[in-house]
Design a protein around this ligand. Sequence first.
Ligand SMILES: [Zn+2]
Length: 437
Amino acid sequence: MDELRIWNTRVVDPGSATVLEHGTILVRGDRIAEIAEASGDPPDGALDVGGRTVLPGLIDAHTHLSSDTSRSPGFGPPRQLKGEDPRPRELGWFVLAKSCVAFLEAGITTVRDVGCYDDEGIVMRRAVELGLTPGPRIRTCGRIISATSPGGWQFGTMYHEADGPWEMRRAVRTQLRRGADFVKLMSTGARSVEREDPEPAQMTREEIAAIVDEAHRIGLRVAAHAEGLEGTRLAIEEGVDTVEHGLALHRAPELLALMAERGQVLVPTLTTFHDLAERFAHEWVPRLVDQAKRQLEEAYETLGAARDAGVAIAMGFDSGPPGANLWELVRIAEGGLGAMAALAAATSGAAAAVGIADAGRLREGALADLVVIDGDPVADPRILLRPRRIRLVLKDGRVVAGRDLDGPAIGGEVLADDELEAPTGPPSPCCGLSPRE
Ligand SMILES: [Zn+2]
């Protein structure tokens, strides 16, 4: 079995909030075989990483794999000029492949796709598994299960509309048949659809219960889109595994207590509220922008309340462009959790959300997904926004991205040249990508 010994590294495991100065990690096959103090001379063939920090591979628990770049300025192809040939639809696959590389270069080794058009996430998962493109480990929901709704009209092939408990069960079975790894349901309407009020529940309790029962019986986890409190309540009480957005939860401490007790994970997606309230406000129906401003405040209130209640929190960017995902980590850190807990949200917390117990940790026996970084992300998580600082990325024990390690380790000094700007590009499709014709 292939072995790689990483030498002279600072091992940061956010899931246990521990730091091992001057450590060594032995990777054997796709697993971490040993983590220990590095003492004496490095063994032959060891990779000396110059004292740099190593983190578990980062995980985005709420992304939308999409070839649609209409809202991703600077990431997709240049704007089409009049007189050019029409652009074939198939170019979209290259955009998706580029997205997969961009995730790896940002240190992201796993993504959970929570809804895409035309099964693009399922195809990309296969492409990565078959080695046709480098990319992160992908877990996808197939199509989002929704009641018949205005959102179903807007989002077209991203949704599977169904009504009544038995149609819901069939919708779950259909996603499994299609290739889904887990199920996502809309417990409330979406903030991005003018004719949906996200406050009331959009599904009945019986419908949500039928989805959860059907999915869990056949071994699939369930994610619930949840904005207003009533739908969020039904989703939590009926036993979904993750609550997406969940911004109203600060109003219901008893639900946060229940989540903490049952291990249900909150994915706060702060960035998507910044998108609708601020970054893309000029493109939106004014009522939705006003609503998003209120939701943005609530989302931060819920972040603090969830932390205090002991709820597991996972990082989910729900925005774009691909590779700028760690803005969400920075927002979680600066929104009150601090750097170590935000790093945990992007590693062990997100692994819990995705349902991969042996990812997101630096410990013996875990999957060998690792990121070597210049500088100390615990002291300043914003260094993760600097692509030049991501020096080596391993997924399943194999090098999948990174720059040369020969240069001197960059300390805490500011690099002026390459910090990613605040994300530009598509917000969540649940907040506004145009539907496919
Ligand atoms: Zn989303």
